[in-house]
Design a protein around this ligand. Sequence first.
Ligand SMILES: NC(=O)c1ccc[n+]([C@@H]2O[C@H](COP(=O)([O-])OP(=O)(O)OC[C@H]3O[C@@H](n4cnc5c(N)ncnc54)[C@H](O)[C@@H]3O)[C@@H](O)[C@H]2O)c1
Length: 315
Amino acid sequence: MTGAAGFIGSTTAELLLSEGHEVLALDSLVSGRRENLPIGADFVEGDCGDVDLVRSLGVFDACVHFAARIEPAESMKFPEVFFANNVASTLRLINTLIDTGLERFVFSSSCAVYGDQEEMPIDENRATGPQSPYGQSKLMVEDALRWMAALGRLSCASLRYFNAAGGTLAHPERHDPEIHLIPIALDVALGRRSHIEIYGGDYPTPDGTCVRDYIHVSDLAKAHSLAIAGLGDVRELTLNIGTGVGSSNREVIETVREVTGRELELRVVGRRPGDPAMAVASNVRARELLGWVPERSDLKTIVADAWAAHQSLTL
Ligand SMILES: NC(=O)c1ccc[n+]([C@@H]2O[C@H](COP(=O)([O-])OP(=O)(O)OC[C@H]3O[C@@H](n4cnc5c(N)ncnc54)[C@H](O)[C@@H]3O)[C@@H](O)[C@H]2O)c1
């Protein structure tokens, strides 16, 4: 597992270990945290694009690849960094693993591959149209993987996550810099920040703020375990992982107010380049092909779990 010291990787590693898998965690710690590393997993510090290092790690049944730079707004400033890390390093990783005989590859893709879509929910047949180098980097890897699967080189699942959220006590959501609304709002609730900035209040959405589909990280983790198993039967899977329910920024903040019982100062500022107005998934295909069912992804449970986890964070 690459990126296992990150938010989603660490939660997924813990689930896989609890299911009896053995996990080797590879992470450069460029943005992950050592304390996040799953107990029970072997850890190697290094870059997933380091061919000699990856070759030295041994032979695996499956690779779950989370490692990436993840901030769309940063990718609008430094596209070269995102293509180098998210595409070039990933292709070196895949190449090396194919040489060692790897058969199953599960890739962290993103709803960012869809860009700005008008009709919701978005299903996997929708034409893609990334609006940022970040989204483009995910689509480039997906395309390469589909070719490799079609040509019999390996089996692959590209999981297009919508907005990962929630958290567990062992692995609270924390990114550096933090760009996600719920942890930022929880920081404000704890007095660690003064206010929340909302990027744009004039979108064509019911309350003018962006609408997103929040998916609990525990449900996201389960999709990976099911995808690894599912690749025993099919060569290629491209699946949305979301709930089908959209929540606006204002609704999220209202839920954070309710759950924490704290007042939160909100400031609406200008739009961010690359942000679509709405992103809500159709998850019919993941339900049908994987038997995946989100269990903790209603907004209130997501925020309550995130709040419980967030309070344990020391800064
Ligand atoms: N968080 C979300 O809402 C979301 C949504 C869609 C897709 N994704 C994707 O899910 C994956 C995990 O996201 P996250 O939220 O856990 O992010 P994260 O930043 O917490 O985790 C990413 C991890 O990858 C590591 N890493 C980065 N580049 C590396 C490299 N070249 N070699 C080895 N390790 C490297 C970092 O140190 C970090 O531990 C990413 O691929 C991201 O694009 C996340």
